[in-house]
Design a protein around this ligand. Structure first.
Ligand code: ZN
Length: 340
C-alpha cells in the first residue's frame, strides 16, 4: 500500500440504465434476470472506474442494493415489510414509514455473496465491503417482538456477523459498518453501540472499519447541520470509546466539515479514513484541495495511519460529478504523497 491509500465510503451512483439517476431509493429500471445481469455489469463498471481513478481499496459501489440499510433487511426473516409505522429517525430529524420486526430475526441466506465474489474475481486491488451498523438499523425499523431496542440491536449484530464472516471467506479485505446514528445517540454509543459492533466483528480475520458521518447531502441533513453551530464536537464524546474499541479503522467526513480536525487526536491508534471529498456539493475538489485536507489531518494522525476517502456515499450524486470527484481523490492523494 502506498502512503495515503485511497478508498470511497462505499456507494457510487448507478448507471441510468439500471436505476433512476440522482436519487436515494432510486427505483430499478430492470426486472428479473435482466436486473440481476444489470447489477453485475454495473458492479464491474464501478470497479473499473475506481481502478482507473487510482483508488487503492475498491468497493462494489453498492450497485446491487437500493438502500444501504434495506439492502440488508431484505434478506432477513422476521420483518413485516407490509406493517409500516411512522417513526422519527435520527432523534426525529426526519420522519419515515418503517417496517416492523414481528418475530425472531433470521437470515434467509447469504446477502452479498454474488457481488462480493464477482468483485473479488475481477479486481486485484484490496476490496472493501459495507454493511449497515446495528444501531443505524434499529433506528430505521419498528419493534413488535423484542420489546427492547438493545436486544434487537444485538440480534441484528449476530446476523451481520454471520454475513461478515462469509464475506471474509469470499476474499473481502475490509468490512465496514456504516453507523451514521453514532453522532446522534452519543450516550448509547458508549453504553451499547460499540458492544454491538464488537458482536458484529467477532471472529473476523479481515480488517474492520466503522463509518460515521453527518449524512448524505439531502435537505433534511443539510438543515440539521445548520443547527449544529460553528464547531461540530459530537465526535469528542465517542472518539475515546472508539479508540478503545477493537475496530481497526474509523471513517469520518473532514472536507467542508465543521468537525475540528484536532479531534482526530482522540482516535489515537486507529487507522483513519479521512473524508477529503464532499458529497453534499457538486463542486469538484481540486487535487490541491484534497491534498490540503490530508495535510491538515496529518497534524493529528500519524501519516501511515491516514487513508484518504470520501465524506459519505455518492449514491445520490450525478454520475459525471461523482466520477470527477473520484479522479480528484486519486490525484489529490498522489499530490499529498509527493509533498510529504
Ligand atoms: Zn455516510
Amino acid at each position: 500500500m502506498p502512503l495515503y491509500p485511497t478508498t470511497i465510503a462505499g456507494s457510487l451512483p448507478k448507471p441510468a440504465w439500471l436505476a433512476e439517476p440522482s436519487k436515494l431509493w432510486a427505483p430499478w429500471r430492470l426486472a428479473g434476470a435482466e436486473l440481476d445481469a444489470g447489477k453485475r455489469d454495473a458492479t464491474l463498471l464501478a470497479l473499473k472506474l475506481q481502478e482507473d481513478a487510482g483508488i487503492d481499496v475498491v468497493t462494489d459501489g453498492e450497485q446491487s442494493r437500493q438502500h444501504f440499510v434495506h439492502g440488508f433487511l431484505e434478506f432477513v426473516d422476521g420483518i413485516d415489510f407490509t406493517r409500516k409505522v411512522e417513526m422519527g429517525i435520527r432523534a426525529d430529524r426526519y420522519k419515515a414509514m418503517v417496517p416492523t420486526v414481528t418475530s425472531e430475526l433470521r437470515l434467509k441466506g447469504r446477502v452479498h455473496a454474488d457481488e462480493a465474489r464477482l468483485a473479488r474475481a475481477h479486481t486485484t486491488r484490496k476490496l472493501k465491503f459495507t454493511l449497515p451498523g446495528p444501531m443505524t438499523i434499529i433506528d430505521t425499523i419498528a419493534d413488535a417482538h423484542y420489546g427492547d431496542r438493545v436486544k434487537m440491536a444485538m440480534a441484528f449484530a449476530g446476523l451481520l456477523n454471520t454475513e461478515a464472516r462469509a464475506l471474509a471467506v469470499d476474499g473481502v479485505d475490509v468490512i465496514q459498518f456504516d453507523e451514521p446514528a453514532f453522532n446522534v445517540y452519543m450516550r448509547e454509543v458508549e453504553e451499547w453501540g460499540i458492544e454491538a459492533l464488537h458482536r458484529a466483528i467477532a471472529g473476523l480475520s479481515c480488517t474492520t472499519a466503522v463509518h460515521i458521518c453527518y449524512g448524505y447531502g439531502i435537505k433534511a441533513n443539510i438543515d440539521w447541520k445548520a443547527t449544529l453551530g460553528g464547531e461540530w464536537r459530537q465526535y469528542e464524546q465517542i472518539f475515546p470509546a472508539l479508540a478503545r474499541s477493537r475496530i481497526d479503522q474509523v471513517s469520518i467526513e473532514c472536507r467542508n466539515s465543521r468537525v475540528p480536525t484536532s479531534l482526530l487526536k482522540l482516535l489515537d491508534g486507529k487507522d483513519v479514513q479521512v473524508g477529503v471529498i464532499d458529497v453534499a456539493t457538486d463542486e469538484v475538489e481540486t487535487p490541491e484541495q484534497v491534498a490540503a485536507v490530508i495535510a491538515d489531518a496529518a497534524k493529528y494522525v500519524a501519516k501511515e495511519k491516514i487513508i484518504a476517502g470520501t465524506n459519505c456515499g455518492m449514491a445520490p450524486m450525478r454520475a459525471d460529478i461523482a466520477l470527477a470527484k473520484l479522479v480528484a481523490l486519486g490525484k489529490g492523494a498522489a499530490l499529498a504523497r509527493k509533498k510529504s
